[in-house]
Design a protein around this ligand. Structure first.
Ligand code: KIV
Length: 264
């Protein structure tokens, strides 16, 4: 097996200007295939509530669900870095978050991801001080779908964009090792990336960031209903699952994905 991908590897990629690919994974087989294809980061996303469990949102996903799927992915033979999502309402207090993060790390995660803004700073510091690397998911945060009145692009006006940039800086200072931006205008994502020194991963955030992530079912052309604008189906042209993973990894590496039609 090739050398394991670590947070240091991702920082080196950022410094060298070499984009890295990330993909959601929920089981050992797919995680092994994705790792074989070179995908650097596997996220056990709470999107599993929608793509595996058939819910209309990620809100019903439990910590037990996340621990189960993290264990499955962690059994894969893969050099990829394994990141696991903290599900809805596990971030209500720093101590609740630390307990939940502890369970995900013991299940095999190398890093945890949580959704929020600058108010998470204290929690981020508490986690990193205890040896838990943290990725903060900003912009369109699906656990807040009702508060946001739907799955909408965030940070479209200058005031909102400036506030997001300021929050990203606060979270970096608090210890966040990665910032993930979902559905934000390309220009704003580029500004946030330039203002930080940690890697920035985007989904629907354009090409001017350090890494790209997609939900596995979407990039395999298995979206039920209309796929979001930022999705590309890599399966149709590749003809096999591993071929699709390789095509995605290569498209991210060479910056041919995301193309202008995938950006806001
Ligand atoms: O849960 C998930 O799959 C995610 C991605 C959309 C980044 O958070």
């Amino acid at each position: 097996m090739t050398r394991p991908i670590t947070i240091r590897t991702l920082n080196e990629r950022r410094a060298a200007g070499e984009p890295f690919s990330c993909l959601t994974a929920y089981d050992a087989t797919m995680a092994t295939l994705a790792g074989n294809a070179g995908i650097e980061v596997l996220l056990i996303g709470d999107s599993l509530g929608m793509v595996l469990q058939g819910h209309a949102s990620t809100l019903p996903v439990t910590l037990e669900d996340m621990v189960y799927h993290t264990r499955c992915v962690a059994r894969a033979e893969t050099p990829s870095l394994i990141m696991a999502d903290l599900p809805f309402m596990t971030n209500i207090t720093p101590s609740r978050t630390m307990e939940a993060a502890g369970q995900l790390m013991q299940a095999g995660a190398h890093m945890i991801k949580l959704e929020g803004e600058a108010w998470l700073a204290e929690t981020v510091t508490a986690l990193t001080q205890r040896g838990v690397p943290v990725c903060v998911h900003m912009g369109l945060t699906p656990q807040s779908v009702h508060a946001l009145s739907g799955y909408r692009v965030q940070g479209r006006d200058t005031q909102q964009g400036d506030a997001m940039l300021k929050a990203a800086r606060t979270l970096e200072q608090a210890g966040a090792g990665i910032i993930l931006l979902e559905c934000v205008p390309r220009e704003l994502a580029g500004r946030i990336r330039a203002a930080l020194s940690v890697p920035v991963i985007g989904i629907g955030a354009g090409p001017d960031v350090d890494g790209q992530i997609l939900v596995m079912h979407d990039m395999l052309g298995a979206t039920t209903g209309q796929p979001p604008r930022f999705v590309k189906d890599f399966m149709t042209e590749s003809g096999s699952i591993e071929g699709a993973f390789r095509a995605y990894h290569e498209a991210v590496r060479t910056r041919s994905f995301p193309a202008p039609e995938h950006c806001f």
